[in-house]
Design a protein around this ligand. Structure first.
Ligand SMILES: [Zn+2]
Length: 135
């Protein structure tokens, strides 16, 4: 198994497959994303942990306001879906893509889709898309 983590520390490549990187508390087992040095529950040190790349939509909404820079929205701006995805050990907030923003339903099966790596191999964006739409 080969694990490569980009400089931002958000995305790991495990045998070439992209996974989001969280941390897990060495004392109480709590997960946190994005990674942080101390556990948000008990303050103990944390260890890196790759998250599952598939989960279920826990809740969602439609964002109608363009985010402030450094976010780079496509022009012209169009509302998009954001939500919480339950990955098992943790729920994470994420952009949702791959279908119209009003077409999501709680419980939908989703998978991680990372943006293209830059020239240094670092990934700067990700979203979750419907599991049944591809791969
Ligand atoms: Zn803890």
């Amino acid at each position: 198994m080969t694990i490569t983590i980009d400089r931002r520390g958000l995305v790991a490549f495990i045998d070439g497959d992209a996974r989001l990187v969280a941390v897990q508390c060495s004392a109480c087992g709590t997960h946190a994303f994005p990674p942080q040095l101390a556990c948000p529950r008990c303050g103990a040190p944390t260890e890196l942990a790759a998250l599952p790349d598939r989960g279920a939509l826990w809740s969602w909404t439609i964002q109608h306001i363009q985010p402030n820079p450094p976010y780079r929205a496509p022009e012209p701006f169009e509302p998009f879906a954001v939500g919480y995805v339950d990955l098992g050990p943790i729920r994470i907030e994420t952009r949702l893509g791959g279908r119209p923003p009003d077409a999501w339903r709680i419980g939908d099966a989703v998978r991680l889709l990372t943006g293209p790596p830059d020239g240094d191999g670092d990934v700067w964006s990700y979203e979750f898309v419907p599991l049944d739409d591809a791969g």
